[in-house]
Design a protein. Sequence first.
Length: 168
Amino acid sequence: MTEASSHTLSKPHRNRWLVLIASYKVGQALLFAAVAVGAMRLVGKDVGDQLQKLVDYLQLSSGSRIVTFLLEKSSLVNDTLLRRVGTGGVIYAGLSLIEGVGLLLEQTWAEYLTAAITGSFLPWELFEVLRRATLLRVSLLVVNALVFFYLLKLVMVRGKERQCVMQE
């Protein structure tokens, strides 16, 4: 046996699309975990003051429309809302991490779970795009639709393969 063929035998074939989707899900988990931690760290603090400190630190113009809008709306954020955002972020981060790890391990249950969760958000994402299309919303819709249809196809192909094996 040559060195190249022994290397091929020792390394199992990985579905690169599943690895890409899994990486996306793990990245999503990290993002939601960061949001959750940030929200929980703001509990008990004046969000407006914290935002003003950030504006000053980043040397942003206090007169800009976005900064003014955020500073005005920061008064609506209270501890109850921060706790909800923190809790929701932790739950969604955990779910995304479970999906990502399951897909990395090429577990069938993870394919079903990810397809179901991703598919369940597509109508809402489509509604948001139709309500007001932005590059971010359209991009998320396209990516999530591609993930959903790829996983759906994969699950269907694997189901047919199982049926063929069971019939033999």
